[in-house]
Design a protein around this ligand. Structure first.
Ligand code: ADP
Ligand code: MG
Length: 333
């Protein structure tokens, strides 16, 4: 099967762990082993990944330099794509036979300069701060901040991806059997001027939405989003919490209010869009379950003829971080 796999933050760094090279390399090596197993099982993977913690760290490092050398978010996005792509490619090479065809493409994603998302930032990036520090940063840099778990995080605009600039070349690579790592961090957001010329914009595109676009354009049979929970839950963190085994896109969309903006919301939206537009299947689940997700045994499957939501029984393991950790983005200060 041709499978587009979108790796969430957990694949790159476990939640709550500091962003040290050691922690990141350990997490990425683990992810590479799961991906390599799927390749050994005969699947052709196209890999994409998030960049929230990394792009936020780069933004902080950029602040340490002289004012005139501050780097805009599109450049930081490109840096994070190169950084993570390099590490993933290296780990995958080490997990595959010597000379395996793996390549990273630093990718640009077309967005609408008038996307309403520019007026309402929702995408958390960088570290989690204590409230006093968050307030200081908010005042100093005019950064909108949002409550996330026990602390606060900077949020940036996250416009909808409209197209993948390099898609024709990426498809050529895929069609010759190369394992392509691309559209990392949702791709570098660029807009087209009236004259058609491209320019970078200050934003971070949601990697799950770009992943769905990539899966559609790469003609994937399956689109999988790997994260740090075993799947999508109804009444997440509540008394009636239940793990969804499978569903058609319509019933998932009917329950959209239960899937949080900025985390599970875009995953469900991306999965349903891919399934409705292509008639293929999508899945959301834990990195460690990749083989079972492909086999349809674990995770949450969104199926073109899936009908109503069905649940896992007996319950799979509880979400590792249990409980709702996000607060809706209207809690800005
Ligand atoms: P990633 O880096 O993989 O994109 P996110 O933090 O964006 O990770 O999304 C995964 C998180 O979504 C989980 O850790 C969980 O806390 C949260 N979440 C919110 N609503 C749900 C839900 N209904 N079911 C499962 N997880 C949910
Ligand atoms: Mg996410």
């Amino acid at each position: 099967m041709r499978i587009v796999v979108a790796l969430g933050g957990n694949a790159l760094l476990r939640k709550g762990e500091p962003l040290s090279m050691e922690n990141q390399q350990k997490a990425i090596a683990g992810a590479a082993r799961s991906l390599a197993d799927a390749i050994y099982a005969g699947h052709h993977l196209v890999i994409t990944h998030g960049n929230g913690p990394q792009v936020g760290l780069l933004a902080l490092q950029s602040l340490a330099g002289p004012q005139e050398s501050m780097l805009p978010l599109d450049v930081l996005g490109a840096e994070s794509e190169g950084w993570i792509g390099y590490e993933l490619e290296l780990a995958l090479r080490n997990a595959l036979p010597e000379g395996a065809a793996v390549v990273t493409v630093v990718t640009q994603t077309l967005v609408d300069a008038n996307d309403p998302a520019f007026a309402a930032p929702t995408k958390p990036i960088g570290p989690v701060y204590e409230e006093a520090i968050a307030r200081g940063l908010a005042t100093e840099h005019q950064w909108p901040m949002v409550k996330d778990g026990h602390g606060w995080r900077r949020v940036v605009a996250s416009p909808k991806p409209l197209g993948i600039v390099e898609i024709a070349s990426i498809k050529r690579l895929i069609n010759t059997g190369v394992t392509v790592i691309c559209a990392g961090g949702g791709g570098i957001p660029v807009r087209a001027g009236a004259d058609g010329k491209l320019a970078g914009v200050e934003a971070v595109v949601d990697k799950d939405l770009t992943g769905a676009l990539l899966a559609k354009q790469a003609e994937a049979d399956l689109f999988i989003m790997l994260t740090d929970v075993a799947g999508v839950y109804l009444d997440y963190g509540g008394k009636e919490q239940r793990a969804i085994a499978s569903s058609g896109p319509k019933d998932m969309i009917a329950h959209a209010a239960g899937f949080r903006a900025g985390s599970m919301g875009p995953k469900v939206e991306a999965a349903c869009a891919f399934v409705q537009e292509t008639g293929q299947s999508a899945a959301i689940g834990a990195l460690s379950d990749l083989a079972d997700i492909i086999a349809g045994r674990r995770g949450t499957l969104i199926l073109p003829n899936g009908g109503k939501i069905s649940f896992h029984y007996p319950e799979p393991e509880q979400p590792r971080h249990g409980g709702i950790t996000e607060i809706p983005p209207e809690k800005h200060f």
